[in-house]
Design a protein around this ligand. Structure first.
Ligand SMILES: Nc1ncnc2c1ncn2[C@@H]1O[C@H](COP(=O)(O)OP(=O)(O)O)[C@@H](O)[C@H]1O
Ligand SMILES: [Mg+2]
Length: 291
């Protein structure tokens, strides 16, 4: 058996080095979606970390996440490098799993068949994959018998996202990418889902990149928050936070939580004010300090 590699010598879970993405480069529709994004998320032994990417619509959050996933047309970046676990991304891979905001289950498959889809693709025998599927259906808080037989149209939004989470985590990805997965849910369900995510994350010990435009959600979930700004999309600030130990409902009434939320709202206002063009000037004033 080899000795564990010390944390500071392990390749980072995710590393962006000066990444720019220009859509339609060289055409009249050319658009700089993100510019010069650099960040490093360490690969913490037996723990992982949740990083929140917080920013207004259009600031490039999905672009960042899909670059990590290796999905086109975001991948490849126009310039710069994106690496996961020390290897530059060349396309999608089993080390990464993604959960989207819109419900992406197969309508003609039952919950169980949706959850085991990835195992089926990997050639895992039926009995084995269905046993694992039922286990995961229970772990995300659904009924392993009754719900397993249902079709997506028979489920609420919250239940569908539980299926999406089970379908992703059953494959045990080292890096989990979540693009506003709870954005379409009602507030109460959203808090339940945040609690579920934290509980599962403690079990699977993966690195999670979580995109949201809710400050509360970013603060509750994030060990770190990347505050993004727009035009062009960039990281304005990296904030490190203590991990909330209480369930979402309780944590959100704690003083430290509200203090952080208030501080981030204030920073967002500063960033937005700095980005507004001065009267009579077409371009924005000198931008905020970059992380
Ligand atoms: N495939 C694409 N082609 C052209 N422009 C795109 C494409 N995808 C995104 N964009 C533009 O890039 C910017 C960032 O998009 P996106 O990453 O989806 O932002 P966010 O997820 O933060 O809302 C937006 O202005 C968007 O319109
Ligand atoms: Mg998006």
């Amino acid at each position: 058996m080899s000795a564990p590699v010390p944390e500071d010598t392990r390749p980072p879970a995710v590393a962006f080095q000066n990444v720019t993405k220009i859509y339609g480069a060289g055409t009249p529709r050319e658009y700089v979606a993100i510019e010069g994004i650099t960040f490093t998320i360490p690969d913490l032994v037996d723990r992982g970390e949740i990083s929140s990417f917080l920013g207004p619509s259009g600031c490039g959050k999905s672009t960042v996440l899909r670059l990590v996933a290796g999905l086109e047309p975001q991948h490849p970046p126009t310039s710069g490098t994106v690496a996961v676990l020390g290897r530059e991304i060349v396309g999608p891979g089993a080390d990464r799993g993604m959960v989207f905001q819109d419900y992406t289950s197969f309508d003609n498959r039952t919950v169980l068949d949706n959850v085991v889809f990835g195992l089926e693709c990997r050639g895992v025998p039926r009995r084995e994959r269905e046993a694992a599927g039922r286990e995961w259906i229970a772990r995300v808080g659904l009924d392993a018998v009754r719900d397993a037989r249902k079709y997506p149209h028979e489920l609420s939004g919250g239940m569908r996202q539980r299926v999406a989470i089970a379908r992703t985590l059953i494959l045990q990805p080292r890096v989990i990418l979540m693009d506003e997965p709870f954005g379409a849910l009602d507030p109460a369900t959203r808090l339940d889902m945040q609690d579920l995510l934290v509980r599962l994350w403690r079990e699977v010990e993966s690195t999670v990149l979580f995109v949201t435009h809710s400050v509360e959600e970013a603060v509750y979930l994030g060990d770190r928050v990347y505050l993004m700004a727009t035009t062009p999309g960039r990281i304005a600030e990296e904030i490190h936070l203590p991990h909330a130990s209480a369930p979402a409902r309780e944590a959100q009434s704690e003083p430290w939580f509200n203090e952080q939320v208030g501080r981030i709202h204030a920073r967002i206002e500063e960033i937005e004010a700095a980005a507004k063009p001065l009267p009579g000037h077409a371009s924005r004033s000198p931008s905020v300090t970059r992380a």
